[in-house]
Design a protein around this ligand. Structure first.
Ligand SMILES: Cc1cc2nc3c(=O)[nH]c(=O)nc-3n(C[C@H](O)[C@H](O)[C@H](O)COP(=O)(O)OP(=O)(O)OC[C@H]3O[C@@H](n4cnc5c(N)ncnc54)[C@H](O)[C@@H]3O)c2cc1C
Length: 437
């Protein structure tokens, strides 16, 4: 089995697979490590903003995405108690892709992962990274298979953390547990068939102690996803002893938002409720440094009320890989490697902040308002008089801005791909439902 690579990438969500595609296409030997079997459902609202569609084209999965994704999302709504208001979504900057669409993560993540393998990345799945050590020029990643004790140490001059933000390494778990607070947000998601929701509408939900969203995705299946404070959930559960958390959340959303109750009347749930978290909104990327490179949620996470996490995953991977491909000299070692990594990190971090800082702040503000429906209710009359404010809110949250500029996409060289020396096989296993509550 091959153990030496140019880059080791941990996590095959949208950020990790995007980085693997870009680096493998540029001629790097890449190990992409993913601990879960795909296809797998995942807690996510599954909306992919219009800004990402040119990137999906450039990554080579645009046509497959277009063939599967749900209807074009042209309107946004705000549901709060018995009230609602709606407005048009802003059209994307790319004339070919003015509207976002939704696609289940059991499809999107497989598309990207399979593409990464097709262009030459070595996919290790289901393998879990247990630790990452070393320094620029010489990182070591210890990986184990999920279903046996087999352990392997991979080595690479470049290491990229794309492992999201909800599943800490074994060494970090105790610290994370100690950091838990009653105000932590837990995330939930379920799919439904026969939902009554206007085609192309993207409702945002405001309710006591949380926020959420609904959308019709692929195959006419709707996704309902939300975040709820742990103390609010515990209070709800006390009123329904013995009920699973997902069922309690669903009942709460139906009570809190008439729009949810209307949409779900006559609907049937498809598969179990999934849960994740606590989620960790905030920036983790440092301005400089010589640790591993962070992309996607590992670098920073916006409150998912704006549904921009996949955008930030795809686009941060792109920003980083652009820097890596342009400036890479993998033979560097010692001080040279440290200096190189620090310079790449500084450029990447500066771009990351320039592109994502505003949407992180906007998302934080929206989340605080949405979790207080009494405040939302005061804003609603204004939004009804001026629905353009909702449209602008979507714009401020980053919905239409493509990073990088679609015109600049050709900058990343697509080198002829040679078969890697040894490529561990990627086995797509049966669907695993995730954490069934
Ligand atoms: C309720 C909710 C709704 C959301 N709705 C939307 C939305 O509508 N639109 C949107 O754009 N975003 C949305 N998001 C955000 C979005 O889901 C995330 O931002 C996105 O998944 C981040 O992608 P990523 O690649 O960084 O990480 P992830 O998608 O989390 O992928 C990380 C991968 O790394 C793997 N991994 C973790 N640890 C290891 C390890 N040690 N070894 C090997 N593999 C490992 C995991 O199994 C996983 O597959 C939502 C989030 C929540 C909570």
């Amino acid at each position: 089995m091959q153990t030496d690579y140019d880059a080791v990438i941990i996590g095959a969500g949208p950020s990790g697979s995007t980085a693997a595609i870009l680096l493998a296409q540029a001629g790097w030997s890449v190990a992409l490590i993913e601990k879960q079997c795909f296809p797998r459902r995942k807690v996510c609202g599954e909306c992919i903003a219009a800004s990402n569609l040119p990137l999906l084209d450039a990554l080579g999965v645009g046509d497959a995405f277009a063939a599967m994704a749900g209807p074009e999302l042209r309107r946004v709504a705000l549901f709060c108690g018995a009230q609602s208001v709606s407005a048009t979504l802003p059209a994307g900057e790319d004339a070919k892709h003015p509207w976002g669409r939704a696609l289940g993560r059991e499809h999107l993540d497989v598309l990207l992962l399979q593409r990464a393998e097709a262009v030459g990345a070595s996919v290790l799945q289901p393998w879990a990274a247990q630790s990452l050590s070393g320094q620029p020029g010489n990182f070591r990643c210890s990986v184990t298979t999920a279903d046996s004790d087999q352990a392997v140490r991979l080595r690479a001059p470049v290491a990229i953390a794309a492992y999201g933000s909800w599943q800490p390494f074994p060494a970090d778990r105790a610290r994370r547990r100690a950091e838990r607070r009653a105000s932590d947000l837990l995330a939930f998601k379920a799919n439904f068939s026969n939902v009554r929701l206007e085609e192309g509408l993207l409702p945002v939900l405001s309710f006591r102690g949380g926020y959420g969203g609904m959308v019709v995705a692929d195959h006419g299946t709707a996704t309902l996803a939300c975040c709820i404070r742990e103390d609010r959930l515990n209070a709800c559960r006390q009123g329904s002893p013995g009920e699973k958390a997902g069922a309690v959340v669903e009942a709460y959303l139906r009570r809190e938002c008439d729009g949810v109750q209307d949409a779900l009347s006559g609907a049937s749930r498809v598969g179990p409720w999934l849960a994740a978290g606590p989620i960790r909104p905030g920036v983790r990327l440092t301005r400089s440094g010589t640790h591993v490179f962070l992309i996607g949620n590992a670098a920073g996470e916006a409150h998912p009320i704006v549904g921009e996490g996949i955008s930030m995953a795809l686009q941060s991977a792109w920003l980083l890989c652009e820097q890596l491909v342009r400036s890479r000299d993998v033979r560097l070692s010692g001080i040279g490697a440290h200096k190189w990594q620090r310079e790449v990190q500084e450029r990447y971090a500066a771009q990351w902040r320039a592109h994502f800082r505003l949407r992180m702040q906007v998302a934080g503000l929206f989340a605080q308002v949405a979790m207080r429906p009494a405040v939302t209710a005061r804003v609603l009359p204004l939004l009804r008089r001026a629905p353009g404010l909702l449209t602008h809110s979507a714009r401020w949250s980053g919905k239409i801005r493509c990073v990088p500029n679609p015109g600049a996409i050709a900058l990343l060289p697509a080198l002829p791909v040679s078969a890697p020396a040894s490529r561990p096989s990627h086995r797509v296993a049966e669907t695993r439902p995730g954490h069934d509550l």
